[in-house]
Design a protein around this ligand. Structure first.
Ligand code: WT7
Length: 662
């Protein structure tokens, strides 16, 4: 539901100024002719411009088949291979150019040229085939930020096996759930990686996941963080576990031809949180996704092959898939990746890397910007770098943070684009084109070329464009980067994204409207300002987390009778989860907090740890017994409680508030 009262959000986003892109930027930009917007209004043909950036084995017959909405098909009958497009096609011109610049937390450095990448991806593709992986098998990856991750993704793409990378911070249980859902026979992991100075034993999570999963995993392939030196605590299970280094050494094959994939064949799955406890496997297609990733990398991120481009995200999330791996490599540029934390061994690590590699384009999240801001400008001192272009993604950015980013990181002469999109959308949907549109702090900006967003009220009626009124952000036309379906669950795909605002018994694509789950305002200047999620999904440090997933983890603690999780606004992370619980009759409340934290870490991962755990006598409930999370959210955020007369016991919220103030 749209919150009627957006006054608080309005207050957080005061007067917005515009900033012009610097003329030097405009002069060199990949797109500087506003005619692009008109070209893409020729729908769907406009999107051919993105597809033309790829090399196809056979060209498509039709741009869009929309005869069976919402199961759209893009670049129908086109054939291509994503690994070929990200590697092989660059070899003639730039085989000695660096494709991936990797820096380990311990200072180790790897400079992987396109030729090296070609060699390594071919060998890994052969290794996957040796492990029994066949075309269309989904391979689950649980890899941290090591070169092994993009190499394995591209090796999967080469043999037509969709990859499903599970962010390394996810727990064994979360990995097991995703292995089961994807039905993977083969899992690829690493023995360990560095995080704040420790060489973590990462392999143990895959071991435990294999125990927890219902699926019998045939093979676990293990990359070593230090080749030839397996993590001292990592154990290998005979018959199941194989070191990638051994597979590579024992294989004579150094070439695996890229298989021909239909444009509609899936390229990968990426699981994301929804409003139920079960994560959704967003299934992305090969042709449309790669075209959209490449096109937006070129037009929005302004990437050129000679650039050094750094998206400081983790490849374990969609941002890294699209804007560290597929988009940048498809354009033949140099993409930077790093292991570990931005503040280890010191808080200048990011700027040290920026200077060392002479980074031109820098991509990060508002959470990171707020952190840099909190650490202070002194950590920038003495570092010599010059970004031409910067972006943010993942959450709304407050003008204050935007201004700091612009001034201190961008030296007031870089362009900034605030890019709105989702795991489901494959690439940016609302963002300015950097040379064409003025920057407006706090606003994501205009729709990307060819994209048609709108604001609907809760009844499903369109709110007049540019009205400045808050409502549900929807997308009225399909686009090539969109998910194909929820893996194995077409009904859920329709229920989650389409049912609310579409006429689902119609086969006219005009009647189908994609629900984003976000609230937004379309301002008079045509810019969209994103207000945040309207459903039970939180955005913690730019990562999506479902309330229900957290609640079901908390409810596993035996002593807990009922649990409600709500989001608290946090000056650093955007939102953080607060947990309210009632306990079973007669149990000892001692140590409950630790048990709850342990349950969340076990079921989801450390990154989802609650901010506060509040043990209460009673939760606010309606007369029919429904927990009113909204009131708890008001309590967490110190907001007015509003109308409490519909509660079974109207005194409950005040009692909780008093308890918190004690
Ligand atoms: C949700 C998607 C795809 C990038 C990483 C997150 C929020 C994303 C912005 C932005 C305001 C944003 C939305 C969206 N979001 N970008 N520029 N301004 N909010 O991917 O985990 O799929 O989350 O992140 O709420 O729905 P994700």
């Amino acid at each position: 539901m749209v919150d009627d009262d957006n006054s608080e959000l309005e207050a957080r986003l005061p007067d917005q100024d515009y900033y012009r892109p610097p003329p030097e930027f405009v002069g060199q930009a990949n797109v500087s002719d506003p005619a692009i917007y008109d070209r893409f209004e020729d729908f769907p043909e406009g999107f051919e411009e993105y597809a033309e950036l790829l090399e196809w084995e056979s060209r498509w017959d039709e741009v869009l088949d929309d005869s069976n909405p919402p199961f759209y098909e893009w670049f129908v009958d086109g054939e291509l291979n994503a690994s070929y497009n990200c590697i092989d096609r660059h070899l003639d011109e730039r085989k000695n150019q660096t494709a991936l610049l990797w820096e380990g937390e311990d200072g180790e450095q790897r400079n992987i040229t396109y030729q090296d990448l070609y060699r390594e991806v071919n060998k890994m593709a052969a290794a996957l085939e040796d492990a029994g992986v066949e075309e269309d098998d989904v391979v689950t990856l649980h890899l941290p930020m090591l070169p092994a991750l993009p190499i394995t993704m591209l090796a999967c793409a080469r043999i037509g096996a969709p990859h499903s990378e599970v962010f390394a911070g996810f727990s064994a249980q979360a990995l097991a759930d995703r292995i089961d859902d994807a039905g993977s026979d083969v899992v690829v992991t690493a023995d360990g990686y560095y995080r704040r100075g420790d060489l973590l034993n990462h392999k143990e999570k895959a071991d435990e996941a294999c125990e927890l999963a219902e699926k019998d995993v045939d093979k676990v392939l293990v990359w070593e963080r230090h080749e030839g030196e397996l993590h001292p605590d990592a154990e290998l299970e005979e018959g199941r576990d194989v070191l990638v280094s051994e597979l590579l050494a024992n294989n004579e094959r150094t070439r695996v031809d890229p298989v021909t994939r239909d444009a509609e064949d899936p390229l990968f799955l990426m699981y994301t949180s929804g409003t139920t406890g079960k994560p959704k496997g967003c299934q992305h297609r090969t042709g449309g996704y790669l075209a959209y990733a490449t096109g937006t990398s070129k037009y929005v991120l302004d990437i050129k092959p000679e650039d050094t481009y750094w998206c400081a995200a983790d490849i374990g999330w969609i941002t890294g898939h699209t804007y560290i791996v597929y988009g940048p490599l498809s354009l033949g540029t140099t993409s930077v990746m790093f292991e570990g934390a931005p503040d280890h061994p010191h808080k200048s690590r990011i700027w040290e890397i920026a200077e060392k590699y002479d980074v031109d384009i820098f991509h990060t999240s508002p959470t990171a910007v707020r952190q840099f801001m909190k650490w202070g400008e002194e950590y920038l001192e003495g570092y010599d770098f010059d970004f031409r272009h910067m972006t943010t993604v993942g959450e709304p950015i407050q003008p204050e943070a935007w201004n700091w980013y612009y001034e201190h990181i961008g030296d007031s002469d870089a362009v900034i684009v605030d890019t709105w999109w989702q795991t489901e959308t494959g690439g940016h949907l609302i963002t300015n084109l950097p040379a064409l549109d003025d920057m407006k702090p706090g606003s994501a900006g205009k729709p990307a070329p060819g994209i048609q967003p709108a604001i609907y009220d809760d009844r499903g009626d369109e709110i007049e464009p540019a009205s400045g009124r808050a409502g549900n952000l929807v997308i009225e036309r399909p686009w090539p980067g969109m998910l194909q379906t929820v893996y194995g669950d077409d009904d859920r795909f329709i229920d989650e994204y389409w049912r609310d605002f579409s006429e689902t018994d119609s086969d006219d694509p005009e009647d189908w409207v994609y629900k984003t789950g976000d609230g937004a305002v379309h301002a008079q200047d045509g810019y969209f300002r994103i207000l945040g999620r309207l459903d039970d999904v939180m955005n913690v440090a730019g990562h999506r987390l479902g309330t229900m997933e957290l609640e079901s983890a908390v409810s596993e603690v035996e002593e807990v009778a009922e649990a409600a999780v709500v989001s608290r606004n946090d000056p650093e992370k955007g939102e953080v989860p607060d947990v309210y619980v009632t306990l079973r009759e007669g149990v000892d409340p001692g140590g409950i907090e630790d048990k709850i934290v342990a349950a969340v870490e076990r079921d989801i991962g450390k990154f989802a740890r609650p901010n506060a755990i509040v043990i209460v006598d009673d939760l606010p409930k309606t007369r029919s017994g429904k927990i009113m999370r909204r009131l708890l959210e008001n309590i967490s955020n110190d907001d007015d409680l509003g109308d409490t007369t519909t509660l079974r016991d109207p005194s409950v919220p005040e009692r909780i508030r008093d308890q918190l103030q004690d």
